[in-house]
Design a binder for this molecule. Structure first.
Ligand code: SIN
Length: 292
């Protein structure tokens, strides 16, 4: 049970430590760390970022320190924090996910696992698994079997029917579902006549994708009884409240942290202010309010 519904989105808040001197991150509901793989990764060739109208394309390629360094260097810090930390895991094979989940099981400082079957920027695995219900369920089931930690499964919008994928991961044992990860896209440098990103394609995030994310949360909340964590372009408290009213129990602030590092706290305080104004004592009164 979270102290409040505001989390950070994976890949937009490092390991939390990078932000702890900027504001009181302990006030947040949870921190989700950068996608973690079995081995450290250098990520994709540069350039990896391109700004778009109301959005950001990234093709980071899961640059990260690897699970062993995370356990050695980050988890002991997290163990002293009040705010729970959720580790986002990504793999190229189903076995990678199982190994990661089992390695993280019982590590002090880690409160849950977010299973990333939605990264569009790697050659194998990632969003490949999340694009269809069968492989999404397979990954979910092996992670569930390998850990006693709660598991959130992070879905990709790059699929023909996200509701079907959500139902499949729910059936396979997910404890919660987070959605959405980025939408696959690209940009072209017209003077070079070349794709702008080193990896050619990237994932689009930010306010540009908010209506898509909101619709998908609404859709999934209609078919799955699990807690849903809404993500995708949330910048303000009113964005967050829209997701909650669509059926999300919690939300993640992502790209907004790049322009304002304290965006997650501002969103939280804005939600609290809205609840006060509306005379609402419990956030559960808002969850799914737009569905009734
Ligand atoms: C990346 O590292 O390429 C982004 C991570 C993600 O989309 O899950």
């Amino acid at each position: 049970m979270l102290a409040n519904p505001v989390m950070t989105a994976s890949g937009t808040f490092g390991y939390g430590t990078e932000y702890s001197h900027l504001f009181d991150i302990q006030k947040l509901g949870a921190i989700v760390c950068k996608g973690t793989t079995l081995e450290p990764r250098d990520g994709n060739p540069q350039p990896r970022l391109a700004e778009t109208a109301c959005g950001l394309l990234n093709s980071i390629g899961l640059q990260n320190i690897g699970v062993e360094a995370l356990i050695r260097e980050k988890a002991p810090i997290w163990a002293s924090w009040r705010v729970p930390v959720i580790v986002n895991i990504a793999g190229e094979t189903i076995d990678n996910y199982a190994k990661l989940a089992s390695r993280l099981d019982g590590v002090a400082g880690i409160s849950a696992i977010e299973v990333n079957i939605s990264c569009p920027n790697i050659k194998a695995g990632g969003a490949e698994f999340g694009a269809n219900p069968k492989s999404a369920a397979e990954v979910t089931a092996v992670v569930k079997a390998a850990t006693s930690l709660p598991i959130l499964v992070k879905l990709t919008p790059n699929t023909s029917d996200i509701a079907e994928v959500a139902m499949a991961v729910a059936e396979a044992g997910a404890d919660a579902i987070s959605l959405i990860n980025t939408l696959k896209g690209m940009a072209i440098d017209i003077t070079q006549r070349r794709p702008l990103l080193g990896n050619i394609t990237g994932g689009l995030s930010g306010p540009a994708i908010k209506p898509v994310a909101l619709y998908m949360v609404y859709e999934v909340a209609g078919v799955v009884g699990l807690p849903i964590i809404g993500c995708g372009g949330i910048t303000t408290a009113s964005d967050a409240i829209e997701f909650i009213m669509a059926g999300a129990s919690a939300i993640q602030v992502g790209t907004a942290s790049f322009t304002s590092p304290r965006a997650p706290l501002d969103v939280l305080q804005g939600i609290e202010q809205f609840m006060k104004q509306e005379g609402i004592n419990n956030i559960t009164d808002l969850i799914g309010a737009a569905r009734r």
